[in-house]
Design a protein around this ligand. Structure first.
Ligand code: ISL
Ligand code: CA
Length: 557
């Protein structure tokens, strides 16, 4: 499949396993029901023992929390609920002491409307911060164009002070920064240096492909009216801005960058991650996670579709680029509930199978907090149980207007809502899963914490947690799992994902049965099942047979 001629460069961030922390839901230390930095510090050994190399921290900055920190009020201050700058420094030091690294979230497509820049900007048309944001007069009685917010409604809000509209691709409390303005870009570069000079090891960049806007502000072209992310991503000056950012800031440090590239296609990926171009190291594309959710509705996905996405990513990135591997984050439902089988007794084996896939595909794996425990979707039944602004706004826009029936809306959200991933980590069988000593956590803990929790997982050598740790160790000792070529052996098989990873004279074989039904594999000539390196069942099957949800990694003979 991929006969690569050019030698692929070796980089620490290609060899790393990344773990995402959503601080609000990780561990509360002071009994206010909200996760915080001292809470994270108390769990560093848990992360180290899991095999984590890099922690990605979702936003830890001062914020009014319209979107849980993705609306930043002060880029140089730590969110008071999470702790102090001294706590942040202690976290960084604690990670470094254990040989781990830290990347932070860079949210600079937009800020909070409470950021001093916006407070000034909205005051008058001649304010010196006016052009930090995107202001336009209306068109007739309405907004400047038909652009829509990802959190429902128009992407424009009329501000009475000046009678103009400002652009916000997300909530009205998240005004988009105007990247056309040189001063905005240099402010962003300054704040990046602030965190890099403290010693952070890079950034995950929130919706970064959307920073460059088409300056004529046209209505959506007809082909982009449905999936508007494909319109807003990769604007006219995106590559120029990223190259400037790299030149001015990133190239001066040994750091990693991963862009959240909502709306970027696999074909567009290489232009952002080609190492010869000097933009970003990696991006997250969303074809795989979006397989099972179409807006707020759950979609039945098939394994051949998933395999086709990985092949397409592989074919498009080539020897000068690099991929990420992930199927979950704080914006999607739980990994095992969406891509595995969360009904017992399949939950644990299917979660281990997904772990095996994430850690052996070609790219840097990202583990979302709680997936190492095979945490499941929350049994949401009513609108009051949701916290997420995306859900609450959509309820108002779709259900309260009669466009969508309440029952249909709730049925969709019960499979797709972002809040599934945001319920607190279940540390033990104590009240609230040991997440907090408060009576109530900020978002309800999944009632299954009695069986599914970290304490139980640590005590059980057959747990999903220990399986991840073994996979991390395997990846470390087999460079083929990092740098090796990827070949899909059975692209059209409906239940089996079988592939090899080859580097030099080592070939490893990964066998994954994505179903409850046992399967017998036919391997191509020249590929014979050799020594078993790892499996997910206490009693593994032999040879070319796989039990339901069985996963194994072998050498090839
Ligand atoms: O999760 C989504 C819809 O429910 C996506 O549209 C998501 O908003 C998109 O992937 C961008 O996500 C990022 O930026 C948002 C923030 O809410 C997300 O948490 C963040 O990951 C705005 O900052
Ligand atoms: Ca707290």
């Amino acid at each position: 499949m991929s006969e690569q001629q050019a030698p692929v460069s070796r980089r620490w961030w290609k060899e790393s396993v990344v773990y995402q922390i959503y601080p609000r839901s990780f561990q509360d230390s002071n009994g206010d029901g909200i996760g915080d930095i001292p809470g994270i510090i108390s769990r560093l050994d848990y992360l180290k023992d899991l095999g984590v190399d890099v922690v990605w921290l979702s936003p830890h900055y001062d914020s009014p929390n319209a979107d849980n920190g993705y609306d930043i009020r002060d880029y140089r201050k730590v969110m008071a609920e999470f702790g102090t700058m001294a706590d942040f420094d202690a976290l960084l030091a604690g990670l470094k002491t254990r040989g781990m690294r830290l990347i932070v979230d860079l949210v600079v497509n937009h800020s909070s409307d409470e950021h001093v820049w916006f407070v000034e900007s909205r005051k008058s048309k001649d304010n010196s911060y006016r052009d930090y944001y995107i202001w336009r007069p209306g068109r007739g009685e309405g907004p400047p164009n038909d652009w829509r917010s990802y959190f429902s409604g128009s992407a424009w809000t009329l501000d009475p002070a000046t009678g103009e509209y400002y652009l916000h691709l997300f909530a009205d409390k998240q005004p988009d920064l105007n990247w056309e303005n040189d001063k905005v870009r240099s402010e962003v570069y300054d704040l990046m240096r602030f965190w890099l000079d403290k010693g952070v090891d890079g950034f995950r960049m929130d919706v970064i492909p959307m920073i460059s806007k088409e300056q004529t502000f046209p209505d959506y072209p007809p082909e982009h009216r449905e999936r508007t992310e494909y319109y807003h991503a990769v604007g006219p000056r995106l590559h120029e801005f990223l190259q400037e950012m790299n030149r001015e800031v990133l190239s001066k440090y040994d750091v990693m960058t991963v862009g959240e590239a909502f709306g970027v296609t696999p074909e567009q990926t290489i232009d952002i991650v080609d190492e010869r171009r000097g933009e970003l190291n990696m991006i997250f594309t969303f074809d795989a996670v979006r397989l099972c959710s179409d807006g707020h509705r759950y979609r039945e996905w098939t394994l051949p579709e998933l395999k086709a996405i990985y092949r397409r990513l592989e074919e498009n990135v080539g020897p000068y680029g690099w991929n990420t591997v992930f199927l979950a984050n704080h914006d999607n439902a739980r990994l095992v509930s969406s891509f595995g089988d969360d009904a017992e007794p399949w939950r644990v084996p299917s979660a281990k199978l997904l772990a095996t896939m994430l850690m052996t595909l070609h790219g840097t794996p990202f583990i979302y907090q709680g997936d190492e425990l095979a945490m499941t979707n929350y049994p949401f039944t009513s609108i009051e149980q949701y916290d997420d602004i995306a859900v609450r706004n959509a309820w108002k826009a779709d259900v309260l207007t009669g466009r969508v029936a309440a029952a249909d809306f709730l049925k969709g959200m019960a499979r797709t809502s972002r809040d599934h991933a945001r319920t607190p980590i279940q540390w033990s069988a104590e009240p609230n899963g040991g997440f907090t000593t408060a009576e109530k956590a900020w978002l309800a803990v999944n009632p299954n914490y009695g069986e599914i929790n970290a304490e139980a997982a640590l005590a059980d050598p057959g747990s999903v947690y220990h399986h991840y740790a073994r996979l991390a160790a395997l990846r470390r000792s087999h460079p083929a799992l990092v740098y090796g070529d990827f070949t899909d052996l059975a692209p059209h098989h409906p239940q089996l994902f079988a592939y090899t990873r080859t580097l030099g004279d080592e070939t490893l074989l990964v066998l994954l049965n994505f179903s409850r039904e046992p399967v017998e594999i036919e391997l191509p000539a020249g590929v014979a099942v050799g020594e078993r390196l790892l499996g997910n069942l206490a009693t593994p099957s032999e040879g070319t047979r796989l039990a339901g949800w069985e996963a194994r990694v072998h050498r090839v003979r």
